[in-house]
Ligand binder design. Structure first.
Ligand code: ZN
Length: 256
């Protein structure tokens, strides 16, 4: 039995956008955290996602056409992934494995501050960086992602250390190659859903966002995550403000 990893949930600022983008047809805006997760494993220091690019603290022009849709709120010099890890006692240069749920700017934007990690990403997600239409619209930004990291492209589920403790679960639909991450801990099994499932309501009501790469696949992936929950896993939603408040108050324990 391997020693089980510990999870640290950290936030790299907040964002505000239209609620319709999370729950199709709903009015108003929603403000939410931009989470990253550190997984301490015997064989490596693992990071899931990297949050926002540090430049977004002062200049949002790198968002391109998305600039009008998302308002990032990031502390200048201290809010991005590098300083956030340091404040929590981790050296960004010591991160060995970077698991990217997907390559949108609020998940892959901080890669520049994680210089030495080997990046694990689904093959069909990385391919999005070569899609001229997606890049032109700002959905994917090679300037955020394509920085020369060693890359482990995977297709489908992937057991990171071969011991069952940290597993990438392919959950496509939000993007072509979205993946979630299942982690076995002393406090039980957690699944970091990423943007397959923004909110608890997304899961419970199967209420999809107004935009996705493939809505049918996303629904199938949400149902896969429901199956993980039925098997006893605690799901950590991608951007759920209510759940995040509980995580910050209590840490990651079962019953979040
Ligand atoms: Zn997101």
């Amino acid at each position: 039995m391997p020693k089980l990893p510990r999870i640290h949930a950290l936030s790299t600022g907040t964002m505000t956008s239209a609620l319709d983008g999370f729950l199709q047809g709903e009015e108003g805006d929603i403000t939410y955290q931009v989470p990253i997760f550190v997984l301490e494993h015997d064989k490596g220091l693992v990071l899931v996602d990297t949050g926002l690019h540090p430049e977004l603290a002062t200049d949002t022009s790198r968002l391109g056409a998305l600039e009008a849709m998302f308002q990032p709120n990031l502390a200048d010099g201290s809010g991005s992934v590098g300083p956030t890890l340091e404040a929590a006692g981790f050296d960004p240069a010591q991160v060995t494995h970077l698991l990217l749920t997907h390559l949108h700017f609020d998940h892959a934007g901080g890669m520049v501050e994680i210089p030495n990690a080997r990046v694990t990403v689904q093959t069909d997600e990385w391919a999005g960086l070569s899609d001229e239409t997606m890049v032109a619209f700002g959905i994917y930004n090679p300037a955020d992602c394509d920085l020369g990291h060693e890359r482990n492209e995977v297709e489908g589920d992937h057991d990171v250390f071969g011991d069952g403790t940290i597993t990438c679960l392919k959950t496509p639909g939000h993007t072509a190659g979205h993946q979630s991450v299942r982690v076995q801990t002393e406090d039980g099994t957690f699944v970091l859903c990423g943007d397959c499932c923004y909110l608890r309501r997304t899961l419970d009501d199967e209420h999809l966002p107004s935009f996705s790469f493939d809505a049918e696949k996303q629904l199938a992936s949400i149902r896969r995550l429901k199956g993980e929950q039925a098997n006893g896993a605690t799901l950590i939603f991608g951007h759920d403000p209510e759940q995040w408040a509980n995580i910050v108050a209590d840490g990651l324990h079962t019953g979040v």
